[in-house]
Design a protein around this ligand. Structure first.
Ligand code: ATP
Ligand code: MG
Length: 765
C-alpha cells in the first residue's frame, strides 16, 4: 500500500472510503483528480474487477493520463477499467444497445457541422428566415432541450415554451426541432447531445438494460462533477441506484459550462439525493505558489454564489503576478513569445512547461504568429480537429455512407464530390422524392429511373453501385484495406493528387496521415475486430486533444481556458484581459453570467504552478477593424500587492511622465488593508456591487486632432514629441547618421522604444 503514502489525511480517507456515496468538494489543485486516480488503484488492489469500475472524466486526455497513472500502481489490469468522457462511454454502450430504441447499432454520430447543415436544410425547406431562425441559435436551443431531457414532442406540448416562442416570433421552433429529430432518426444518426439523451431514453424504456448496467458497474466515479448537465446527472443517478457506490468530485468555483446546460446545483444537491453521503474537504493546494493561490482566492471572493471553502498553499510564496500592457494584439503576442524565450533560458525549462490561455479561439492567431517568428514550437489544443478538416470529413463521409447508406449528411457531402455531374437540381429532386415516398435518399437513387430522367438517373445509380461495392469490400477486409480501396475508387485520392497547389498537397498528405492512422489500427493486437466500421465508431468524438502525435513533443501549449480545465503548467500566460473580451461581451447582461466568467478566470489562474503572467492590449483587430480596448475589470479585482506591473517598472525613477502613475500605484498598494494572513483563514466575504477603483491601466493613444507627422531629421535629445500610436514621449538618445538616425524615446504610455526616424510618425510638441 505504498501508494497511499502520497496522500494527505483527508485524501487518504476519501480513497479508503470505497463504499457508499462520497463527495469531495474542494478548490483547484487540491488533489481531487488524484484522489479518484488513487481510489481506482486502491479498489483494484483490493480485488475489485476493473471491468466493474466506471470513471467519467471531462476530456479523453484526462482519462488517458489517469489510466497511465493507475497502470503504474496496478499494472495492465488498468486497461479494463471503463474510463472516458460521458460521450465516449455512452456511445460505446449505445453501440451495443441502440437497436432497442430503433437505431442501427452502427448509427452515425453527427458532429456540430453535420447538425448545423441539417438545420439549415430544414429551415430552407420550411421557408423560414435564417436571420430570425439563426442556425447557431436553433442548434443551441435544441441542444439545451436535449440536455434537459425535453423531447420534441414535449417541447410542442409545453404551453409555456410555445408562448415564449410565439412572443419572439419564432413560433415554428418546435416544428423545426421535431423535423430535425425525425430526420436524424431516419438517417440513423445521433448528434452529440443524443448520445446522452438517447442513453436516458434507453435506460428509461428498457429496465432490463438499466438492470444490466446497474449490476455491471459496481463502482462509479465522476470528475469535474460541477459541470454535469441534467442529462448526465440522471444517467449517473440511475446507474448508481443499486450499489450506491458513487464518488463525485468537483469545485463549484470552477463551474464554467452553464452556457451548455451544466447545473452547479447538481453538486449543491448531492447531499439531498444521498443523505448518508460522506463529504470530504481538501484545503491544501499542492499545485501553485502561495501568491497564485491568494490571487485566485481574492478573485473568487467577488462571487456571491459559492460554497464557503478554504484553500491554502504551503509551497513557496513565489513571484508576483506579472501584468503586461501592449498597444496591440500583435505586440501582446510578441511580448508573450519573448517572455517565454527568456523564462525558458533563465530557469532551464522546457517548452512544454508553458501554456498560453485565452478566452476565444480567435486570439490564437496573434500568439501563433509571434511564436513562429521566434521559432518557438507550439501546439494548439481544442482547435480545429484533424478530423474536422474538409478532406478528412469527405473521406470519412464515404466511410459513413458505406456502413450506413441512410446517413443523409454524408450523402449530401459526397454525392457530387469528386464531381460526377450530379447537379443541384437533381439533388433537390432526390430530396423531394425521398420526402414524398418516405424513403432515404439512398433508396431513391437505388431506383433512380423511377424518379429522374435518364442521364441523371444513370449518374446517381452509378454512385449507388459504387457505394454498395464499398460495403461488399469493407465486409471482407481489414480497416486499412477497406479505407484505401474507398479512397482510391471514390476518386477522392486522385482529385487531391491532381491539385498541385500547396494547400492541395497538404490535403493529400492529411489523407495519407489518416490512412496511416487506420493502418496502425489494423495492426493492433489488443482488439479482435479490426474492421473499418470499428475504427469509425469513435471518430466523431475525437478532438485535436486526442491526437497523440503532439503529446510527447516538447511544445508550448495554446488553448482556450475552457479546454484547460484540470490541467497544470509551471508557467501560464493569460492573455487578452480586456473588457468585452474577458469578461466576454455576452456575459455582461446578468450577474449569473458575469459570475460564470469570473469562475473562468479562477480556472485560468489556478492552472499555474510556479509563475503566472497576464496581459492585455489597448487596441485589437476585431471583425476587420481596429478597436480600442479597456483593461478587464478582473484586473482591478486583484489585490495589487500580488501584482507587478511590467510597464510601471520599466519607468526610470524621476521621469516626470510617470509620476502620476507611480503615485497612484503606491497609494493603491499601501491602501490595501488585507494582510496576506487573511487569505489563509476564510476567503473575503463577497463584495456587493464592488466599487471600481481608478484603473491604472490606460487606454490606447488617440492622436491629437489634425495630427500630421513633422520632419524630424533635426530632432534633438530632450525634445518632446507625439507619436501617432504610442502617444507623448521625450527623446532621450539619438544614434546613427542621416538618413538612418535611431531615436530612443520614452513614451508616457508604453515606456522606452527605439524608432528609426525616417519611418516614425512623430510630431514635435
Ligand atoms: P483541479 O481543480 O484543477 O482539477 P484537482 O483538485 O483535481 O485540481 P489534482 O490535479 O489532483 O488537483 O492535483 C494538483 C497537483 O497537486 C497535482 O500535480 C497532484 O499530483 C499534486 N498533489 C495533490 N495531492 C498531493 C499530495 N498529497 N502530495 C503531493 N502532491 C499532491
Ligand atoms: Mg482535477
Amino acid at each position: 500500500m505504498d501508494y497511499l503514502k502520497g496522500l494527505n489525511t483527508s485524501q487518504r480517507q476519501a480513497v479508503e472510503q470505497t463504499q457508499g456515496p462520497v463527495m469531495i468538494v474542494a478548490g483547484a489543485g487540491s488533489g481531487k483528480t488524484r484522489v479518484i486516480t488513487y481510489r481506482v488503484a486502491h479498489l483494484i488492489s483490493k480485488g475489485v474487477d476493473p471491468f466493474q469500475i466506471l470513471v467519467l472524466t471531462f476530456t479523453n486526455k484526462a482519462a488517458k493520463e489517469m489510466r497511465e497513472r493507475i497502470m503504474k500502481v496496478v499494472g495492465a489490469e488498468a486497461k479494463n477499467i471503463w474510463m472516458g468522457t460521458f460521450h465516449s462511454v455512452f456511445a460505446k454502450i449505445l453501440r451495443v444497445e441502440a437497436h432497442k430504441i430503433g437505431y442501427p447499432n452502427n448509427f452515425t454520430i453527427y458532429d456540430t457541422d453535420d447538425s448545423k447543415s441539417l438545420i439549415k436544410a430544414i429551415l430552407k425547406e420550411m421557408n423560414l428566415d435564417d436571420k430570425l431562425y439563426n442556425p447557431n441559435f436553433v442548434y443551441g436551443r435544441i441542444s439545451m432541450c436535449k440536455n434537459n431531457l425535453i423531447s420534441a414532442a414535449e417541447y410542442n406540448q409545453n404551453e409555456q415554451i410555445q408562448a415564449e416562442d410565439f412572443s419572439t416570433g419564432r413560433g415554428m421552433l418546435g416544428k423545426v426541432y421535431e423535423t430535425y429529430a425525425a430526420r436524424c432518426f431516419k438517417a440513423g444518426a445521433m448528434d452529440f447531445d443524443d448520445l446522452l439523451f438517447k442513453t436516458n431514453v434507453l435506460l428509461k424504456e428498457h429496465p432490463d438494460v438499466l438492470h444490466k448496467y446497474q449490476h455491471k458497474f459496481k463502482y462509479l466515479m465522476v470528475d469535474e462533477y460541477q459541470d454535469t448537465n441534467f442529462s448526465q446527472y440522471l444517467i449517473v443517478k440511475k446507474l448508481a441506484a443499486v450499489n450506491y457506490n458513487l464518488c463525485v468530485v468537483g469545485d463549484d468555483a470552477q463551474s464554467i459550462y452553464g452556457f451548455r446546460g451544466a447545473n452547479i446545483q447538481n453538486i449543491l444537491n448531492f447531499q439531498k439525493d444521498y443523505p448518508d453521503v460522506k463529504i470530504y474537504k481538501l484545503e491544501q493546494n499542492y499545485r501553485s505558489t502561495q501568491n497564485i493561490v491568494n490571487v485566485a482566492n481574492s478573485i473568487i471572493a467577488n462571487n456571491k454564489n459559492q460554497l464557503d471553502k478554504n484553500v491554502f498553499s504551503e509551497n513557496d510564496i513565489g513571484d508576483k503576478i506579472k501584468i503586461t500592457r501592449s498597444f496591440s494584439d500583435n505586440e501582446e503576442g510578441k511580448s508573450v513569445a519573448e517572455s517565454i524565450l527568456q523564462e525558458r533560458s533563465n530557469n532551464a525549462l522546457n517548452w512544454n512547461d508553458f501554456a498560453i490561455l485565452y478566452r476565444t479561439n480567435a486570439q490564437s492567431r496573434s500568439m501563433e504568429e509571434a511564436l513562429r517568428k521566434l521559432n518557438i514550437p507550439y501546439k494548439i489544443y481544442g482547435g480545429l480537429s484533424f478530423y474536422q478538416r474538409k478532406e478528412i470529413k469527405d473521406l470519412i463521409a464515404y466511410f459513413r455512407l458505406t456502413f450506413n447508406p441512410s446517413d443523409e449528411e454524408a450523402f449530401k457531402r459526397v454525392i457530387n464530390y469528386p464531381a460526377r455531374g450530379i447537379g443541384k437540381t437533381t439533388i433537390d429532386k432526390i430530396i423531394v422524392a425521398a420526402d414524398q415516398q418516405n424513403q432515404t435518399m439512398f433508396e431513391i437513387i437505388s431506383n433512380a429511373s423511377q424518379h429522374l430522367d435518364n442521364r441523371a438517373a444513370l449518374s446517381v445509380s452509378n454512385f449507388a453501385t459504387t457505394i454498395k461495392s464499398f460495403a461488399a469490400v469493407a465486409k471482407n477486409s481489414n480497416a486499412y484495406d477497406a479505407a484505401l480501396h474507398i479512397a482510391q475508387h471514390s476518386g477522392l485520392l486522385k482529385d487531391l493528387y491532381d491539385d498541385k497547389s500547396v494547400e492541395g498537397l497538404s490535403r493529400y498528405e492529411n489523407i495519407q496521415e489518416l490512412l496511416n492512422g487506420i493502418k496502425e489500427f489494423s495492426e493492433r493486437e489488443d482488439i479482435e475486430d479490426k474492421g473499418l466500421d470499428v475504427f469509425m465508431q469513435d471518430v466523431a468524438l475525437l478532438t485535436n486533444d486526442d491526437n497523440d502525435k503532439g503529446d510527447n513533443k516538447d511544445t508550448v501549449s495554446l488553448m482556450t481556458i475552457h479546454s484547460s480545465k484540470g490541467l497544470e503548467f509551471p508557467q501560464v500566460y493569460i492573455v487578452g484581459l480586456e473588457e468585452n473580451l474577458f469578461p466576454s461581451q455576452m456575459a455582461l447582461n446578468s450577474r449569473a453570467d458575469l459570475e460564470e466568467e469570473r469562475r473562468l478566470f479562477y480556472v485560468a489562474i489556478t492552472r499555474a504552478e510556479k509563475k503566472l503572467h497576464m496581459s492585455y492590449a489597448t487596441s485589437r483587430f476585431k471583425f476587420g477593424s481596429l478597436i480600442n480596448c479597456e483593461p478587464s475589470r478582473f484586473l482591478d479585482e486583484i489585490d495589487p500587492k500580488y501584482l507587478e506591473l511590467d510597464f510601471v517598472k520599466k519607468a526610470p525613477a524621476g521621469n516626470p511622465f510617470f509620476e502620476n502613475e507611480r503615485t497612484q500605484w503606491q497609494s493603491k498598494t499601501s491602501s490595501s488593508n488585507t494582510s496576506s494572513g487573511d487569505y489563509f483563514s476564510k476567503p473575503k466575504p463577497p463584495v456587493a456591487g464592488k466599487v471600481k477603483t481608478t484603473s491604472l491601466l490606460a487606454k490606447a493613444h488617440v492622436p491629437t486632432e489634425g495630427f500630421t507627422p513633422d520632419d524630424t531629421s533635426n530632432l534633438q535629445v530632450g525634445e518632446e514629441v507625439e507619436h501617432e500610436r504610442f502617444g507623448f514621449g521625450k527623446v532621450i538618445n539619438l544614434e546613427g547618421s542621416k538618413p538612418d538616425i535611431k531615436a530612443t524615446i520614452f513614451f508616457k504610455e508604453i515606456g522606452q522604444k527605439q524608432l528609426l526616424l525616417k519611418f516614425a510618425k512623430l510630431r514635435i510638441v
